[in-house]
Design a protein around this ligand. Structure first.
Ligand code: SF4
Length: 386
């Protein structure tokens, strides 16, 4: 429902007209294109810990009945990542002999040669996982950034005439890798406050008060120290998390800070160890092209590239030399390539039509040179059952 300039409600609008509303609610999910702008414009993240993100992968498999155990839930941490890289997996045996398998990797990883996509593919070759997937069929693939900063990175969630809710703000409970319930609750609180705002003219800043009075605040508070403890590497973090979560139930009398935004974490390529990933076998592990095919991604042809480079020269003139252009590896859809056909004249290629809208490039590009904007014509991945 919109309200026009005369204050009348309008059920429908002609294209090109302004839609005027008393309150705008930003709820675009993790790293919202508009949310990012309003956080910057209104300095909503002042005095907060830098926001943190992860890239999450998920595949759906149909597996033989004798390998299926409906209801079984598995979570792992670590392998194939090294101990200094934050990440872990989930494996859910769902109904109809389906398995939902996924892997999440913190985007604060340091090695520019790391390929999150290939780490996930390799994860499936672990004997404990490959025996589940053996002779199965992969039917879906998807990837999306997750917001991981939690309690200490939550921005101020109100601004003049607008609220920021759900993963656009950062309400995901990272240790549980669950955010639907918290996002829904933040939306319910927003609805109550907007109702009061319109009827009784209360301030939109009441959103923060109601948020603090809700169970959502307490849940995020108790989970707040898990992610930042992984800056000490896997084993100390697991020991600390055991003490924090089991002994103190999340109420230790201090709050750990996140050190820096994810785009600042890469070390230069010449200081990093190159990583050679095994070839895809087409049974458990697959290339990016066949994975993107499963997403049903489509963009209208001949539209402007929706991955905007602030400086088009930077990928070749700086990022290639300094970090061996990591977008070739962190993009889970193979959108970015460096064409070295002409030895002294490499070219940076953007295959924007393959973009599955995960937002990783917008987050991880070391100079923040890539700006993801909404493509024309509602294009993008067409996930089913994900
Ligand atoms: S181009 Fe960016 S948003 Fe699109 S799939 Fe690649 S990393 Fe994700």
């Amino acid at each position: 429902m919109g309200i026009d300039k005369q204050g009348n409600n309008k059920d429908s609008f002609e294209p090109g007209l302004n839609i005027m509303g008393k309150v705008t609610v930003f709820s675009e999910g993790c790293r919202g294109h508009l949310g990012k702008e309003v956080i910057k414009k209104y300095k909503l993240d002042n005095n907060k810990s830098p926001q943190q993100y992860g890239i999450g992968f998920k595949e759906i498999w149909e597996i033989p009945e004798d390998q299926h155990d409906e209801g079984l839930v598995m979570h792992t941490a670590g392998w194939p990542l090294d101990n200094s890289t934050y990440g872990g997996s989930f494996c859910y045996h769902a109904e109809k002999n389906q398995v939902f398998i996924g892997y999440v990797i913190g985007l604060d990883y340091q090695n520019p040669y790391l390929s999150p996509y290939d780490e996930f593919q390799q994860f499936k070759t672990h004997p404990a996982i490959s025996k589940i997937l053996k002779n199965g069929k992969r039917i879906s693939y998807g990837a999306r950034a997750l917001i991981e900063g939690g309690f200490q990175s939550l921005p101020t969630m109100h601004m003049p005439g607008a609220l920021l809710i759900g993963c656009d703000a950062g309400t995901l409970n990272m240790p549980k890798i669950k955010g639907s319930h918290t996002a829904m609750k933040s939306g319910m609180i927003a609805a109550e406050v907007i109702n009061e705002y319109i009827i009784n003219n209360v301030s939109l800043s009441d959103y923060e008060i109601k948020f603090k009075q809700s169970w959502i605040y307490n849940e995020l508070y108790k989970a707040r120290n898990v992610k930042p403890s992984f800056q000490w590497s896997l084993i100390p973090a697991i020991i600390f998390t055991g003490i924090d979560q089991i002994l103190f139930r999340g109420y230790l009398p201090f709050t750990l800070k996140h050190q820096h935004p994810d785009h600042e974490s890469l070390i230069p390529a010449h200081k990093a160890k190159k990583i050679e990933y095994p070839k895809y076998d087409g049974k458990l592990t697959f290339d990016k092209t066949s994975s993107v095919y499963l997403t049903g991604t489509n963009h209208e042809a001949d539209q402007p590239v929706h991955l905007k480079l602030k400086d088009p020269e930077l990928p070749i003139k700086y990022t290639l030399n300094e970090y061996d252009e990591p977008s070739q590896r962190y993009c889970p859809a193979g959108v970015y390539e460096v064409d070295k056909t002409e030895q002294n004249n490499p070219k940076f290629i953007i295959n924007a039509q393959n973009c599955i809208h995960c937002k990783t490039c917008d987050i991880k590009e070391p100079s923040q040179n890539i700006n993801w904007v909404v493509p024309e014509g509602a294009g993008g991945p067409n996930y089913s059952n994900m």
